[in-house]
Design a protein around this ligand. Structure first.
Ligand SMILES: Nc1ncnc2c1ncn2[C@@H]1O[C@H](COP(=O)(O)OP(=O)(O)OP(=O)(O)O)[C@@H](O)[C@H]1O
Length: 314
């Protein structure tokens, strides 16, 4: 399938079963190098389990994957060398400063040279905008600062790929803005970012690519632009005669008809001609109070894909 040269993450049939339950089912992920890929799905749809498999924290029941062009099963740790991750959140010590916390994590990494530790830690703090707060105790950090320190920990080594599980979950609006700005900056610097979220607004603001999960399956994957342009427009007729309107709409290539507060909605087929439809409605004696043909919102797209609503708040 996807070429390893252009994919930072590529999986084939990645599957996880717990007992008789298949919680991740045959995922073919293709995360283009240089993208910010949003892995979107409601709680419980299998995002965290997928991320844990990608990082080798849990074994897949079947399927394979590659990270940065290395086959994970055969190259193991080597394929993780340039992959940073924020999954459960590292355990930081509340009474130590941000810098001292990073120093502890860095010292635990036997592959990192002690000689260059100070520079490395300084650079990681700098990149996440915590240089000025480096001497503050962790417990005095805001939630956004804590999350940024988590990302700094993932950046103690040079990384080509960052995997972040719900990076803004639980953050206030200011913290969310901080983390989003950081992700944006890392992406501009050339890092591929794979992030999971149950928030549509998160994906909409940050991501160039999106994969949509629903009950363990990847139901859609592609660029944001493709997703936006993917669905047919929606036709809406405001009328007091919904039955008659529905008959005419069905005859004019409008499908999937639904009713709500004095209106009939449907999905326009490729052959729709709005002028003819309006004329036909009037000719059939349907009282038309309003008529609109509009592109579906991103939220409608997701509901169409997953059959579920998404939390659209930021
Ligand atoms: N170790 C486990 N044993 C049994 N079932 C599990 C295990 N881990 C996860 N599950 C189940 O797998 C499903 C997917 O969970 P997962 O955490 O991957 O979803 P998610 O999309 O990340 O959701 P959330 O955002 O709530 O974490 C859930 O139904 C969960 O209960």
């Amino acid at each position: 399938m996807t070429s390893t040269m252009t994919s930072a993450i590529a999986s084939t049939g990645l599957t996880k079963r717990f007992g008789s339950a298949t919680v991740v089912d045959g995922l073919d992920l293709a995360v283009p190098t240089g993208s910010v890929y949003g892995f979107l799905g409601p709680n419980g749809s299998g995002k965290t389990t997928t991320i844990r498999m990608l990082l080798g924290l849990v074994l897949p029941s079947s399927g394979t994957h590659q990270l940065l062009g290395h086959d994970f099963a055969s190259s193991g740790a080597m394929s993780l060398e340039r992959v940073g991750a924020l999954v459960e959140g590292p355990a930081f010590h509340p009474y130590l400063s941000g810098r001292a916390n990073l120093a502890r994590l860095d010292a635990a990494d036997r592959t990192a040279s002690a000689r260059t530790a100070t520079a490395r830690i300084g650079e990681a703090l700098d990149r996440v905008g915590l240089a000025a707060a480096a001497r503050k105790r962790y417990r005095a950090y805001s939630l956004g600062m804590r999350q940024r320190l988590g990302i700094a920990a993932a950046l103690l080594r040079p990384r080509d790929l960052l995997v972040l599980d719900e990076p803004t979950n639980g953050l206030d609006p200011q913290g969310t803005r901080e983390v989003r700005a950081l992700i944006d900056e890392l992406s501009r610097g050339g890092t591929t970012v794979f992030l999971s979220s149950h928030l549509l607004s998160e994906i909409e603001h940050l991501c160039t690519e999106v994969g949509v999960m629903s009950v363990g399956r990847l139901v859609w994957q592609g660029s944001m632009a493709e997703l936006r342009g993917r669905q047919r427009p929606v036709v809406r007729v405001d009328t007091g005669q919904p039955e008659a309107a529905e008959r005419v709409l069905a005859e004019h290539d409008v499908g999937d008809l639904r009713r709500s507060d004095g209106a009939v909605h449907g999905t326009a087929g490729a052959a729709l001609q709005p002028e003819r439809l309006v004329a036909a409605l009037v000719a059939a004696g349907v009282g038309v109070r309003g008529f609109r043909v509009e592109a579906p919102s991103l939220e409608e797209q997701f509901v169409g894909l997953t059959g579920e609503g998404f939390d659209v708040s930021g």
